[in-house]
Design a protein around this ligand. Structure first.
Ligand code: FAD
Ligand code: NAI
Length: 462
């Protein structure tokens, strides 16, 4: 048995970042991880592998659709699926071993195995019990299940199975037009699958700005994705190689069946707390099965904290990371802080979709006096040169004070562009502050400046 200042359970973006920050603050720290590699869902079966496949399939799309127009002639590349998976695995390995290196560098002990909390101040890993002044739970999340749909990770898969299919399916049905469904759906559509997305609601990516939702769905339709909206999936019937998906249209209750070689179930994720022994130790949960915490990420049991997907808030790697750093600082007696009003969201399709702050619908609901500044990438020279003129930047600002309240981007590099608006919002900037800032030419970021100008006297290039 060893004694630590902090033991963190889970080594995803929440846990590993928290461990590193604890070590930097001079605490003796260990991190428990049951997987064979560090990095959690994000590095092993989430953010990183999905982005590798998104990148590879985007390159194929560019070669097929845009190379010839730029004078790059020759046979289009064909898909070597095994090699693409190998590239994805190599990318995962580079990232997970990177965390192992950072653990060694920061003298963080990796306690290998599944951990539980027999009582406050103790963590049991396999047969060993370790003492800890503070315990931070960062056990993450798992895919939510759907009644009538049995996942076998071969034909009926979650995102985990979808990242390692035996071959590119001819027909794929995606249940859920959320982030996972649209990112992975667009990967397989670009690789040649016929992809049908069945969504319960009438809009894609619920909660996003409505204008972006419409443009996003239209863009994906143009790329070949088929959408069945307002449809409640009843069940799947799968054999070893095929499946049937039965759904009812909500508007008329009519029942329909679609065939698929692979069904991807992407209807959300839920907190993962199995085996931690939280009941026995008396940790309070929310009605939605999340660990309840206060503003310092502490549970109702003194000395036990929780961060990341296992608590409330968006299930995003960077949200987990920020909480990891802030919780470490709390534990070290400092003042860790997360600004939940400025957490960007990014969907890594092509074009990318990114958002921060309020949507226009939220501002209407709040009765806010706001203005909208919009600029299309069609008016951006760099975007036109790069076949990336689809999409726009939309900035929402307070009509009286000009303070930026939210931003929504669909277009090239949206996931990078959003950050200058995040920084501006952190500093309480006005749209004019952005508009008065010199932006290099020719860059996509000029579209952000033009949208900010559109909140005032008007953009130049539109
Ligand atoms: P996790 O990353 O889930 O890590 C928890 C870790 O704890 C796991 O490794 C688990 O094995 C371990 N663990 C659990 N219980 C125990 C125990 N008792 N003992 C020992 N170890 C335990 N987010 C983004 O921001 N950007 C993206 O591009 C993105 N893409 C995604 C793509 C996919 C396909 C998926 C599924 C998710 C994606 N996400 C993305 C979400 C992101 O992965 C999560 O928000 C993030 O991983 C949450 O981090 P976490 O540290 O809370 O938990
Ligand atoms: P999600 O919550 O984004 O989307 C789920 C979708 O399924 C919703 O549109 C919902 O209306 C629909 N749905 C629910 N029940 C249904 C039913 N019975 N029939 C048809 N449709 C149904 O969840 P998703 O895509 O599974 O992602 C889980 C989490 O992972 C998200 O919270 C997201 O934050 C995170 N993630 C983030 C990524 C990113 O940041 N780029 C990438 C992938 C995942």
């Amino acid at each position: 048995m060893a004694n630590y200042d902090v033991i963190i359970i889970g080594s995803g973006p929440g846990g590993y970042v928290c461990a590193i920050r604890c070590a930097q603050l001079g605490l003796k720290v260990a991190c428990v991880e049951g997987r064979e590699t560090l990095g959690g869902t994000c590095l092993n079966v989430g953010c990183i592998p999905s982005k590798a496949l998104l990148h590879a399939s985007h390159m194929l799309h560019e070669a097929e659709h845009n190379f010839a127009a730029m004078g790059l002639k020759g046979k289009s590349p064909s898909v070597d699926w095994k090699q693409m998976l190998a590239y994805k695995e190599k990318t995962i390995g580079q990232n997970t071993s990177g965390i192992e290196f950072l653990f060694k560098k920061n003298k963080i002990d990796w306690l290998k195995g599944w951990g539980s909390i027999p009582e406050a101040g103790k963590v049991k890993v396999e047969d060993d019990v370790h003492g800890a002044k503070n315990i931070i739970i960062a056990s993450g999340s798992e895919p939510a299940s759907l009644p009538g749909v049995e996942v076998d990770e071969k034909v009926v898969v979650t995102s985990t199975g979808a990242l390692e299919l035996g071959k590119v399916p001819k027909k794929m049905v995606v249940i859920g037009a959320g982030v996972i469904g649209l990112e992975l759906g667009s990967v397989y559509a670009r690789l040649g699958s016929e992809v049908t997305v069945v969504e319960f609601l009438d809009v894609v990516t619920p909660g996003m700005d409505a204008e972006i939702q419409k443009t996003f769905q239209r863009t994906l339709k143009k790329q070949g994705l088929i959408f069945v909206m307002g449809a409640a999936v009843q069940k799947t019937d799968a054999s070893k190689t095929k499946a049937k998906v039965t759904y009812k249209l909500r508007k008329d209750d009519s029942e329909h069946v679609i065939d698929a070689d692979v069904v991807l179930v992407a209807t959300g994720r839920k907190p993962y707390t199995e085996g931690l022994g939280l009941d026995a130790v008396g940790v309070k949960m929310t009605e939605r099965g999340q660990i309840a915490v206060n503003g310092k990420w502490e549970t109702n049991v003194p000395g036990i904290y929780a961060i990341g997907d296992v608590i409330e808030g968006p299930m995003l790697a960077h949200k987990a990371e920020d909480e990891g750093m802030a919780a470490a600082e709390q534990v070290a007696g400092k003042h860790g802080h997360v600004n939940y009003g400025v957490i960007p969201g990014v969907i890594y399709t092509h074009p990318e979709v990114a958002n921060v702050g309020a949507t226009e619908e939220e501002l209407k609901e709040q009765g806010r006096n706001y203005k909208v500044g919009k600029f299309s990438f069609m008016g951006n020279g760099r975007a036109k040169a790069n076949f990336a003129g689809d999409g726009f930047v939309k900035i929402l600002a307070d009509k009286d004070t000009d303070r930026i309240l939210g931003a929504h981007i669909i277009g090239p590099a949206a996931g990078d562009l959003i950050h200058e608006i995040c920084v501006a919002m952190e500093f309480g900037a006005s749209a004019e502050d952005l508009a008065m800032t010199c932006h290099a030419h020719p860059t996509y970021s000029e579209a952000v400046r033009e949208a900010a100008l559109a909140c005032g006297d008007g953009p130049i290039h539109m």
